[in-house]
Design a protein around this ligand. Structure first.
Ligand SMILES: *[C@@H]1O[C@H](CO)[C@@H](O)[C@H](O)[C@H]1NC(C)=O
Ligand SMILES: *[C@@H]1O[C@H](CO)[C@@H](O)[C@H](O)[C@H]1NC(C)=O
Ligand SMILES: *[C@@H]1O[C@H](CO)[C@@H](O)[C@H](O)[C@H]1NC(C)=O
Ligand SMILES: *[C@@H]1O[C@H](CO)[C@@H](O)[C@H](O)[C@H]1NC(C)=O
Ligand SMILES: *[C@@H]1O[C@H](CO)[C@@H](O)[C@H](O)[C@H]1NC(C)=O
Ligand SMILES: *[C@@H]1O[C@H](CO)[C@@H](O)[C@H](O)[C@H]1NC(C)=O
Ligand SMILES: *[C@@H]1O[C@H](CO)[C@@H](O)[C@H](O)[C@H]1NC(C)=O
Length: 470
């Protein structure tokens, strides 16, 4: 009796707290350097709607946490570290909030660039286990696909370790990241000549200078000899994320060093970059994201006889945001009518805090997008049949104009019409990308093309050795 009473009282006490509590976790605002988290945006229940059962699912995931991305390292982090090493004349131990720099050591060496951290491997394996909880009725896949880079293949292998019950029963298939692959690749931005890797840098730099100006002034007052720049601030903020996924925590995340407002500035500067690079501000985003949406829709909607119930693929950070655009999600203009152009929703002189476009919610390490096919039978108020639903980092998303099913789902017919509408907008990869090689294709074919091969089974190291004794 006492226990029951206690359990009832506790939440009420928590709900009537007298003093406001403010909490802020910088790791949830680090955009491309954010460790995996599920932001519950929107906070809808991730479980299937009542009387609906998932019968198929397609997942696209960014690779898990890595030591360091070479662009971030060369542009921001290495210059900051070299500068710090150079300033032996500064006694950091006397400087508030920066005193850790007196005996800090960088969390990685050059050799570890771009490879998965322990946290990354663990989180990918955890996602594999979570998928078995989410889909207890689905057949385990025979194959999982990954762009051929080491970090994407290793992420797929780590996920498979969580998914398979017996070693060596699920294969990972590497998919070559060719610059002439057309749409038939898991790195389609590389094969799209009109896509510019540097797009958004100029616009992002404009807001970077706005939000770092007072930070630089403050840091210079603390350590006048260091001549802090906007690049140093960026490097230090990125170190918060990278050091956290290597060592478990980072002194650069300290909210006395950078305040919540500072972190929100960093996040917005990066959101501007992604907006113009792989978001609604680039005419190529939807074109690059569409082939996966189309291929997955075909796999999910096809009549029985599918080889697999679950299709999982690993890619790089550029792909999830383009898929989001291809599907029409996180669109700042969705309810804004046509008063503003999409670029006007991301001003470069101040933060649009009400924006839907938040890259931290789309592409953290291991960030993933799912399309599910649900079999609904006796779902109150809806007819029996198959329905389709999209989740981003396990949060159900409402497709604009496609919500005639239970929960956020949409009926087979509406979904088909909706995807056809997106194909009308963004189909024609080769033409819209200005492909300049002869043998391009507009279709992502890897899931059914036998020439892609079966890949390699994921076993524990030493498995063969043990088998000798059996
Ligand atoms: C390090 O200090 C030397 C001598 O003052 C200077 O020439 C060099 O540019 C500095 N390097 C960095 C990365 O600050
Ligand atoms: C086109 O040819 C190039 C060179 O042989 C090859 O790398 C590429 O994968 C081909 N593209 C397609 C879509 O088959
Ligand atoms: C401080 O950094 C700025 C920007 O990089 C540079 O223009 C300036 O010359 C530097 N000042 C000193 C004293 O090193
Ligand atoms: C947004 O800006 C980009 C870069 O200047 C441009 O390519 C794009 O057409 C603009 N979008 C709209 C809808 O005006
Ligand atoms: C974003 O929303 C606006 C307003 O509904 C719409 O006109 C526009 O087509 C949407 N953009 C995309 C790429 O779906
Ligand atoms: C969907 O549910 C109905 C009713 O329970 C069942 O007859 C049918 O086989 C199910 N279809 C699939 C694909 O599971
Ligand atoms: C892939 O595996 C399937 C099922 O095990 C088999 O039927 C097929 O021949 C294999 N294909 C290749 C290219 O090895």
């Amino acid at each position: 009796m006492f226990v029951a009473h206690f359990l009832v009282v506790l939440p009420i006490a928590a709900a009537t707290k007298l003093y406001s509590t403010y909490e802020f976790n910088p790791l949830e605002h680090l955009t491309g350097v954010a460790p995996y988290f599920e932001p519950q945006n929107p906070p809808l229940s991730p479980g299937p709607p009542r009387k609906c059962t998932p019968v198929r699912a397609a997942y696209l995931s960014r690779h898990a946490a890595i030591y360091i991305n070479d662009f971030d390292y060369e542009s921001y982090i290495e210059p900051f570290i070299n500068k710090w090493k150079n300033h032996t004349n500064i006694d950091w131990s006397l400087i508030p909030t920066l005193n850790f720099l007196a005996d800090w050591s960088p969390p990685f060496s050059d050799a570890e660039e771009e490879i998965l951290t322990r946290v990354g491997k663990l989180e990918a394996t955890e996602l594999g286990v979570k998928l078995t909880f989410r889909y207890p009725n689905l057949k385990l896949p025979q194959r999982v696909w990954a762009a051929s880079a080491e970090r994407t293949v290793k992420s797929a292998q780590a996920l498979v370790r969580g998914l398979q019950l017996r070693d060596g029963t699920i294969n990972v298939v590497p998919v070559y990241e060719g610059e002439q692959a057309g749409a038939d690749t898991l790195a389609p931005s590389d094969a799209c000549p009109r896509y510019q890797g540097s797009a958004g840098s100029k616009q992002s730099a404009q807001f970077r200078d706005v939000f770092t100006r007072p930070i630089i002034a403050r840091l210079k007052a603390l350590a006048p000899g260091f001549n802090f720049t906007a690049y140093d601030v960026y490097g230090m903020m990125e170190l918060c994320g990278y050091e956290a996924v290597v060592k478990g925590s980072s002194p650069f995340c300290n909210l006395d060093l950078f305040t919540p407002d500072d972190w929100l500035g960093f996040e917005y500067a990066e959101d501007i970059r992604y907006h113009y690079n792989t978001g609604y501000g680039s005419p190529y985003s939807g074109v690059i994201g569409l082939p996966w949406v189309r291929a997955s829709t075909d796999l999910l909607m096809g009549d029985s006889g599918n080889e697999q119930d679950m299709y999982i693929s690993f890619a790089h950070r550029a792909l999830p945001p383009t898929i989001v655009v291809a599907m029409g999600l996180f669109n700042n203009s969705e309810f804004g009518g046509s008063a503003l152009t999409i670029n006007d929703t991301m001003p470069l002189d101040r933060i649009n805090h009400r924006r839907a476009w938040k890259s931290s919610h789309i592409l953290p390490f291991l960030g993933n997008i799912a399309i599910e096919r649900l079999n609904c039978s006796g779902s109150y108020g809806y007819s029996d049949g198959d329905y389709y639903r999209v989740l981003v980092n396990n949060a159900p998303q409402q497709l604009p104009g496609c919500g005639d099913g239970p929960g956020t789902s949409c009926s087979r017919q509406k979904f088909q019409e909706y995807i056809q509408g997106r194909v009308d907008l963004f189909g024609g990869f080769s033409e819209k990308c200005g492909v300049d090689y002869g043998n391009s294709t507009d279709v992502l074919d890897i899931y059914t093309d036998p020439s892609v091969g079966n890949g390699t089974a994921v076993t524990k190291r030493g498995r063969r050795l043990y088998n000798v004794w059996k």
